[in-house]
Design a protein around this ligand. Structure first.
Ligand code: NAD
Length: 409
């Protein structure tokens, strides 16, 4: 099953329950536009290298399209399409005036120098500048892209179209970025986690959690959940993992990562595999790295009571079915990790209005919007006796479908 098939699987499941009809289903799953671009650059040693870039614009019925830009060797047309459709449903769940898009370049950026990365980014913008823009499609950061990459995008786009900070979000705070953007996805996960713990009657203090991935999402989840009273019992990154059932020393772990660039070999616990992190004995498991890592086999072995999807599409549809049968609560990506795009939206609003919000306002608005989305999804789940994922899709499809019909086809 491709990434796009997996994303459509959940869409179809909810669409059938809603009885939207085959024609509207087809309209809603079909992307508006898919761009595949050649991105050729000269490396520092004078060699020419050609990379493949993608931008998929899935749906714009609720507003300009929004979605991250990923630099990863696994990026392909199918992955980008699946992730673009997730953005359509995610922006609708949190009720942002956006549609969905996603992009990426098939590259391992760790093999490029900073100058090569800059040339690659600028060249990609040369290829897609006429289809993106503050009122068309607004990229943002995703795996292996960061505020510096976003700054280059803004600069390159502005060379064609004039000063336009609102063309991209996740920029450095010193260059039209929003305060609170860096921690936004993790903060949104915390807001949702607090509510679901309350619903199942588990206290936040002493709650045992495991995190796969220690990048933007995983590292901030580790710190924020720890600061809120949680015990981090297992964590991993691409190099390896570490576990301690009594709880890892999180400030010490950050210091170790600062020095060695990985959680691997942290002295405050014992080494473990990525799989052991996913199946750790804990209350909440947060996959915050790649998609598709929680498969059928792993789902049978997961010991957590709650799976909080920090990554996009970390659980395969087969795993999702097993969780449903086993009574493991899954908070779906399109709700759980929507904090990032929500603060990206705040950044866009600030850029368009030429104002700057303080962090307190950003965090307050974020908490409010996440609570509202959780409440709406929960209402559907309770009244229609559906899992949270299907309920989130029901909410999103209803909103996107209504906008599509109101605008006229
Ligand atoms: P990142 O590049 O900052 O970090 C990725 C982390 O995953 C790194 O620690 C890396 O070592 C680890 N990793 C990579 N391959 C791994 C593997 N095979 N096993 C274990 N760990 C591995 O990326 P990020 O921004 O934190 O994004 C992580 C996930 O969250 C992605 O799925 C992304 O789409 C999703 N997401 C991110 C945001 C955001 O605001 N950054 C918002 C919503 C969703």
């Amino acid at each position: 099953m491709t990434s796009a098939d997996a994303a459509n699987y959940y869409f179809k499941k909810a669409a059938r329950i809603m009885d939207v009809g085959e024609r509207i289903e087809t309209l809603l799953v079909t992307p508006l536009r898919e761009v595949k671009a050649q991105v050729s650059i000269e490396l520092d040693n004078g060699e020419i290298r050609t990379f493949q870039g993608y931008r998929c614009q899935h749906d714009n019925s609720r507003g300009p399209m929004k979605g991250g830009l990923r630099y990863h060797p696994q990026v392909d047309a199918s992955e980008v399409l699946g992730l673009a459709s997730l953005m359509t449903w995610k922006t609708a769940v949190v009720n942002l005036p956006y549609g969905g898009a996603k992009g990426g370049i098939t590259v391992d950026p760790s093999t490029l120098s900073l100058k090569e990365l800059e040339r690659l980014t600028r060249k990609f913008v040369d290829q897609i500048h006429d289809v993106i823009g503050p009122t068309r499609d607004i990229p943002g950061p995703d795996m292996n892209t960061n505020p510096q990459v976003m700054a280059w995008i803004m600069d390159q786009y502005s060379k064609y179209h004039g000063h336009a900070p609102a063309v991209v979000t996740g920029k450095p705070v010193e260059l039209y970025g929003s305060r609170g953007r860096e921690t936004a996805t993790a903060r949104g996960l915390l807001a949702v986690c607090r509510q679901i713990l309350q619903d199942v009657g588990l206290p936040m203090k002493g709650m045992r959690f495991a995190v796969q991935g220690f990048g933007n999402v995983g590292s901030h989840v580790s710190r924020l959940f720890h600061d809120a009273g949680g015990l981090l019992v297992a964590v991993s990154d691409v190099h390896g993992g570490v576990q301690n059932p009594a709880g890892l020393d999180v400030p010490g772990l950050f210091e170790h990562v600062r020095r060695h660039g990985s959680v691997k070999d942290f002295g405050g616990g014992t080494a473990c595999t990525n799989e052991e992190v996913l199946t750790a004995d804990c209350d909440v498991m947060v996959p915050a790295a790649l998609g598709g890592v929680v498969n059928k086999q792993i789902a049978k072995e997961v010991r957590a009571r709650i799976v909080l999807e920090g990554a996009n599409a970390p659980c395969t549809p087969e795993a999702d079915e097993i969780f449903e049968q086993r009574g493991v609560l899954v908070v779906p990506d399109i709700l759980a990790n929507a904090g990032g795009v929500t603060v990206s939206y705040f950044e866009w609003v600030q850029n368009l209005q030429h104002v700057t919000w303080d962090e307190e306002r950003v965090n307050g608005e974020l908490d409010r919007m996440m609570a509202e989305a959780y409440e709406k999804v929960g209402q559907i789940s309770r009244s229609r006796k559906l899992p949270l994922r299907t309920s989130a899709y029901v909410l999103a499809i209803g909103r996107v479908g209504k906008a599509t019909v109101l605008r006229g086809i």
